[in-house]
Design a protein around this ligand. Structure first.
Ligand SMILES: NC(=O)c1ccc[n+]([C@@H]2O[C@H](COP(=O)([O-])OP(=O)(O)OC[C@H]3O[C@@H](n4cnc5c(N)ncnc54)[C@H](O)[C@@H]3O)[C@@H](O)[C@H]2O)c1
Length: 276
């Protein structure tokens, strides 16, 4: 797998899964644009990439704003003159707005803000980078989640957004693949990012309980997802489009009755600080 001469935009590429994707694509030879709302963290990741000999530019971007997504595309063309891979990964729960809750609880404003990041940004990224990706026969990768496949209670916005990403990926693949652009998604299971690590350090038995729920008996790391994204953007995946690749250590393949009983047995025999 060699991405020399390619240019990759990673939204939310400063830390977490996006941070790992930025580093992986640089390792494989691609020039990187980190488009992230957190400028300081973006500069830190960019410094890591440059220290290892990679090329990386940073643009402060809020993917919930159409004008920022347009600027991200213009900036990339100005800096590098082309775009080959658009990795649409950015999301955070926000500081002032609660994205949790059922349809009875969710405020309309929260819905609009959440869906702007989770769903509308995916459309706008494709809209603004589309022509350039077509020119270069590039790739779009949209980061969904196991939450796009299986629903959690009290999480209407996230589950709706992540489900929509899977549908949009298939739809966009129908439009873009004949034009040479493959569109795929990834559905990660639980990935221990820098932020999650802080939380788990406070309740290690909670993480152990999570790990027990995965057939591979571990949760994921950003590199697990970055490897999948790199594969989907590679020549080796040239016959794959519209696909949502589940990278979850087997979490979502289990029969729920068995799963429930196993969890109950584990909880009975172990001291656990439940994560929620
Ligand atoms: N970590 C997991 O367990 C997990 C599992 C499934 C799916 N996901 C998905 O993977 C993606 C990355 O998650 P993560 O856990 O790495 O998150 P994270 O919080 O560790 O990192 C998110 C990055 O996105 C940036 N960001 C947040 N809002 C933004 C915005 N509006 N515009 C631009 N940048 C923004 C943040 O600054 C940060 O750099 C998200 O789409 C998330 O839903 C994560």
């Amino acid at each position: 797998m060699n991405f020399s001469g390619k240019v990759t935009i990673v939204t939310g590429g400063a830390i977490g899964i996006g941070g790992g994707i930025s580093r992986k694509f640089s390792e494989k030879g691609s020039k990187i644009v980190i488009a992230d709302i957190d400028l300081e963290a973006s500069l830190e990741n960019s410094a890591k990439i440059r220290n290892l000999g990679g090329e990386c530019e940073v643009i402060k971007t809020d993917v919930s704003k159409s004008s920022d997504i347009k600027k991200m595309v213009d900036f990339t063309l100005e800096k590098y003159g082309r775009i080959d891979n658009l990795i649409q990964n950015a999301f955070s729960t926000g500081n002032n707005t609660s994205f949790g809750g059922s349809a009875l609880e969710v405020e309309e404003q929260s819905w609009d803000q959440g869906i702007a990041m989770l769903q509308k940004a995916i459309y706008l990224g494709a809209k603004y980078a589309g022509e350039e990706l077509i020119k270069n026969k590039g790739n779009i990768i949209n980061i969904s989640s196991v939450h796009g496949l299986l629903m959690s209670k009290g999480a209407l916005i996230y589950e709706a957004g992540k489900s929509a990403v899977i549908g949009m990926t298939k739809q966009m693949a129908c439009d873009f693949s004949p034009l040479g652009v493959r569109v795929n998604a990834i559905c990660p299971g639980h990935i221990v990012t820098e932020k999650m690590e802080v939380r788990w350090n406070e309740i290690p038995s909670g993480l152990k309980f999570f790990e027990e729920q995965y057939p591979v008996r571990r949760t994921g790391i950003p590199e697990d997802i970055a490897n999948g994204v790199a594969f989907l953007c590679s020549e080796e995946a040239s016959f794959i489009t519209g696909h949502s690749l589940v990278i979850d250590g087997g979490l979502s393949i289990q029969l729920q009755e068995d799963f429930g009983v196993d969890q109950a047995k584990y909880a009975k025999n172990n001291e656990i600080d439940f994560p929620y």
